[in-house]
Write a protein that binds this ligand. Sequence first.
Ligand code: CO
Length: 139
Amino acid sequence: MNLGRLNHVGVATPSIEKSIATYRTLLGAEAIGAPFDLPAQGVKVCFIDAPNTQIELIEPYDESSPIAGYLKKNPAGGQHHVCFEVPDITQAVFELKANGATVLGEPRIGAHGTPIVFVHPKDFGGVLVELMETPREAH
Ligand code: CO
């Protein structure tokens, strides 16, 4: 396994619009992407750039959204996952499983257009970990 850079921190929110306003007002965030829908993943997404990483705001796309349950427990939203880059998602999944980790589902295309996969929080002391294949243009 080759742990890559922290690509983003996922933050669940009931309103991307309100969260954008908060990051802009309280933290002076300026590099804020346009929100977009990922219906296949059941989420709306917006990236805010920090100098060394990104915040991924995620809002439920509909009531069947995988983060709808999270927001039921945390109505104001909260820190949802951390995402690390890996050079090869297939290899990463193979090694995780070989080491007894619980990989959630098959790799799928994530918000950055490269394959992603989630690893169960029980394997990381309660932290939901997303692994994402490093975008090719980053090299
Ligand atoms: Co993410």
